[in-house]
Design a protein around this ligand. Sequence first.
Ligand code: HEC
Length: 142
Amino acid sequence: MLKALSVTAAATLLAASLSFADQAPSKVVIPVDRTASTDAKQMYTSYCAPCHGTDGKGHGPVAASLKSQPTDLTVIQKNNQGKFPDAHVAAILQFGAEVPAHGTATMPIWGPILGSMNRANVQDKQLRISNLTRYLQSIQVK
Ligand code: HEC
């Protein structure tokens, strides 16, 4: 069985990567490539789909090796009385997911990573977060 995975997000100026290492031998690295802040689908595909899946339902290629299963992102609205909680989602992207009192978040904290992509433009991180939030809103089931 897999032991607890440690998820580290290493953001450097140009290339950032997330490593998922359990006690060897398995180690999954998701490269955090440069993306356009205006292209939410490109950001989603690069940064989120490895865990949450291309369709958002939580079955990305690395999901099986994680301790906590990635949330089905298409039912956020359905689970919130039919109203998409955009401020809540944006806060999760900025500061990380809420976890049970005794749990450890597996979901990376994206704020610092997204913020590292264009430090010259202070608006860039918020633009990325709001475009990703809008993208998630667009994939909600009715
Ligand atoms: C390392 C795998 C991984 C990656 C990459 C990842 N997530 Fe997650 N995400 C999770 C896990 C696991 C959870 C469930 C909470 C936890 O255990 O941390 C989660 C939870 C969430 C939630 C909370 C849903 C809710 O209803 O509370 C949102 C929103 C979310 N992720 C969006 C994203 C977005 C957008 C991206 C890309 C920028 C992303 N995630 C990338 C693993 C990941």
